[in-house]
Write a protein that binds this ligand. Sequence first.
Ligand code: SAH
Length: 258
Amino acid sequence: MGKVWFVGAGPGDPDLITIKGRALVEQAGAVLYAGSLVAKAALDWAKPDAVTADSKGMTLEEIADWLALQANRCETVVRLQTGDPSLFGALIEMVRPLDQLGIEVGVVPGVSSAFASAAAGVESLTLPEVTQTVILTRFSGRTPMPQGEDLESLAKHHCSLCIFLSITLFDQVEAALLKAGWDEWSPIMVVEKASWPGEERVFKAPLNQMAALIETNGIKAQAMIVASPTLGARDWDEITKSKLYDPEFTHRFRKAAR
Ligand code: SAH
């Protein structure tokens, strides 16, 4: 019986899969990929005789059945996931039926679209004395938010927020941030298709102008909303430099100058 690997394919750019993930795709007898996002990586690197299938249109049950079936006939089965498999990827829902069948599973992490979005905008999600915390979340859509995790409560921390799966709900995201005390001029970033070669679009605007920008540019899917007090720091007059680079600060690799 084979092993099923859940591999993070990264945010879209086929070059952003890890070396380990790519090696598993190359040796897999069967690869199940999630829609067009990671199709290229799957088709480019899979063995010519590997069985490949698109999970778009499959139910979770059908996905688990497919993976189990393939694990019965080949040693390595890969399920490619967008970004990192631990975020909004129904990982556990797929792993549990395999556990029940006694099929071994492994997970290879991937570059999340949260990080590809920060990279696209040349932004840092943490900045000394500004914020040292990042919340990865979503707005409640069909999946309700557990108690205490509504966006308004989370936004009260005034830290960096990477909001997944919510671009069509931007009006409600804006309302939640305002209710949590964010200024209407707070900088917001929306990244569509982060890292996709030739298709990535980065939008930066104050909170009160972003909804119009989303509308005019027809952004409806595959977009990350980043709200953070660090946005735009590249152009600030002054920033508090990270203590790591402070000559008066001693750390593991350097003795303080003074
Ligand atoms: N596991 C994935 C997230 C899957 S949920 C990860 O770690 O990135 C799908 C949501 O992720 C989308 O609604 C969108 O908000 C975000 N997303 C996925 N790929 C993206 C990309 N290339 N650019 C911007 N957002 C992306």
